[in-house]
Design a protein around this ligand. Structure first.
Ligand SMILES: Cc1ncc(COP(=O)(O)O)c(C=O)c1O
Length: 390
């Protein structure tokens, strides 16, 4: 292998995050390839280009990111978008009017909003089931079902779905399985290896990891799906900026290390919360008490950094906790190095009627915690102090 090469495809995951797809700058040898912050490319002559003609269609920095992400998921094609939502939208645009989708019932609220309030207007139909019970997926399949869409673990209730079991059900009906694996990342879960056909990430979260960008990616080994997504990327144009791709590449280099720390911190925080008398219930796939623990243990390398828990004191307790934390940041989003905390009843889901919110399991005292990579003792001390106010 020449010194200019990056990594063999057989390399370990921890090597791929640092190396896959990344070649030194051919002009200077710079170890970090530059940002190709350009809209267009000068053509050497009419009808000839060097692989790039316009950045909406293709850009070297974006291509590097896509190559890297395809390697991390063990997929053939990775197609990057300007947000996680734009990515989910692109996947759904592979369907046609009248097609039906079976979907996890606890998908991220932005995803169900896209499905229910926009895509239904274009003739798509959705059935929501608790996909942590694969039999519910099987029962919801219809002759016009064209996609099964799951999130695992889910946002915000951390439900876990057996990817291999649901892939088998989807394939028995001749339809692809799409997995939003944002919470797990390829460091902890490899859905394509378990039979999924498309993996989607909001790269805004753990993949970039530093609260600096909004982005998304879809990865597949299916050529037809890959070409369809590439066509959507250039035709719709929801592309990430080269600079955002470059920042994402920088973040990915430490993905393995960060996920180890997120996971070990979260397990310790979850155990602390589970033993706390102000806390009614903790949902973390790494806890033995989690109903999806056995499946999570079998299919994931570790359990990631997301916890949801329920305070006994309902809305007043939620407000008190969020107003008294000092280290944990009161901020939407997740998956970054900083610990972030949200209270769905007064923040992300404040506009959802209470009955509907409760029906979705988003109780008054529910708190979602994205455990960061700070020292775990400091995170626990902050929560311990703030819980006194609840
Ligand atoms: C699981 C999941 N999927 C998709 C998205 C949407 O990603 P973005 O905010 O990058 O559009 C989010 C955002 O929180 C998410 O949590």
């Amino acid at each position: 292998m020449s010194n200019e090469q990056n990594a063999p495809s057989s390399a370990h995951f921890d090597t791929l995050v640092v190396r896959a797809g990344i070649r030194p700058d051919p002009t200077t040898g710079a170890i970090v390839p530059p940002v190709y912050q350009t809209a267009t490319y000068v053509l050497p002559e009419v009808g000839v280009n060097k692989g790039f003609d316009y950045t909406r269609s293709s850009n070297p920095t974006r291509q590097t990111l896509e190559t890297n992400l395809a390697a991390l998921e063990g997929g053939k094609h990775a197609v990057a978008f300007s947000s996680g939502m734009a990515t989910v939208d692109a996947v759904l645009r592979l369907l046609n009017k009248g097609d039906h989708v079976v979907c996890s019932d606890d998908v991220y609220g932005g995803v169900s909003r896209l499905f229910n309030q926009i895509l239904t207007r274009f003739g798509l139909e959705f059935t929501y089931v608790d996909s942590s019970d694969p039999e519910q997926v099987r029962a919801a399949m219809r002759p016009n079902t064209k996609l099964v869409w799951i999130e695992t673990p889910t946002n915000p209730l951390l439900k876990v779905t057996d990817v291999a079991a649901v892939a088998e059900i989807a394939h028995a009906h001749g339809v692809p399985l799409g997995v939003d694996s944002t919470f797990a990342t390829p460091a902890l879960l490899r859905p394509l290896e378990l039979g999924a056909d498309i993996v989607v990430h909001s790269t805004t979260k753990y993949l970039s990891g530093h609260n600096q960008i909004i982005g998304g990616v879809a990865i597949t080994s299916d050529d037809e799906i890959g070409e369809g997504l590439r066509f959507c990327q250039k035709s719709i144009g929801a592309v990430p900026s080269p600079f955002d791709c470059w920042l994402t590449l920088g973040g990915i280099k430490t993905l393995s290390l960060r996920m180890e720390r997120h996971s070990s911190n979260a397990l310790a925080v979850a155990r602390f919360l589970e033993a706390h008398d102000k806390v009614a219930r903790v949902s973390y796939p790494g806890l033995e008490s989690h109903p999806g623990h056995a499946v999570a243990k079998a299919q994931m390398k570790a359990f990631s950094g997301m916890i949801s828990f329920e305070l006994k004191g309902g809305i007043p307790a939620g407000r008190a906790l969020l107003n008294h934390v000092r280290l944990c940041s009161l901020a939407e989003s997740l998956g970054a190095v900083e610990t972030m905390i949200t209270h769905p009843a007064t923040m992300t889901h404040v506009e959802v009627p209470r009955e509907e919110r409760l029906a979705r399991g988003l109780t008054d005292g529910l708190v979602r915690l994205s455990v960061g990579i700070e020292h775990v003792d400091d995170i626990i001390a902050d929560l311990d102090e703030a819980l006194r106010a609840c």
